[in-house]
Design a protein around this ligand. Structure first.
Ligand code: GRF
Length: 198
């Protein structure tokens, strides 16, 4: 087994609590990896501040044509930036756009996403609200490989979260995020251990 850490890249659009959990997992020694680069399509995203505070190269993705995906040329440049940073595993940690061919071809079976439901139930936006509206008694979170569909890629692992009487969207989302912060570092640690064997 090689001794080097697995090199991670992270894409995110929001506050970055899953990224913070990933950094904590690296600091504690749970995850044999280093984060080489963080990119965000939202210049004001908290995830960029977290990266800068940790002295991790952080940059923005400037996309004005589309809201739900990147233009092909911009996505190709993102893939180049990640490759230039020697990224081996790409983590989507609250990245709110669909991924297309440039990134899929650059990171085949090497790109994972965290989603706040037990997929295949409730893909798409605000999955915790979807679960409440459907009257579900249980939801959770899923880590899956990324394909070109919306939250349709191969499921790697899930954690269940009970929906309690009186749960609001905010209280349920908070409990799902606690589960995400356990699940994502655990899965990344397992994948990094596999990559390190190659
Ligand atoms: C998480 O709930 C994740 O499941 C979803 O986006 C949210 C990101 O939250 N894909 P954060 O930015 O990691 O706090």
């Amino acid at each position: 087994m090689r001794l080097a850490m697995v090199k991670l890249g992270v894409l995110g659009s929001g506050k970055g609590s899953n990224f913070a959990a990933l950094l904590a997992g690296i600091s504690s020694g749970q995850i044999p990896a280093s984060v080489e680069i963080v990119l965000s399509d939202n210049a004001g995203a908290g995830i960029l501040d977290l990266a800068r505070n940790a002295n991790i190269p952080a940059g923005t993705i400037d996309e004005s044509r589309f809201k739900t995906r990147l233009s092909d040329d911009i996505e190709a440049s993102v893939a180049e930036r990640l490759k230039a940073a020697n990224v081996e595993l790409l983590v989507l940690a609250g990245y709110m756009r669909m991924v297309k061919t440039p990134l899929l071809e650059a990171f085949p079976h090497r790109m994972i996403n965290i989603h706040p439901s037990l997929l295949p139930q409730f893909p798409g936006l605000e999955a915790w609200k979807q679960a409440l509206q459907a009257g579900a008694t249980e939801t959770g979170c899923t880590v899956h490989y990324v394909d070109d569909g919306m939250d349709t890629g191969e499921i790697i692992a899930q954690e269940r979260v009970a929906i309690l009487p009186g749960d609001s969207a905010a209280s349920l989302h908070a409990r799902i995020q606690e589960a995400e912060h356990r699940l994502l570092p655990r899965v990344i640690a397992e994948i990094c251990a596999e990559i390190a064997k190659l």
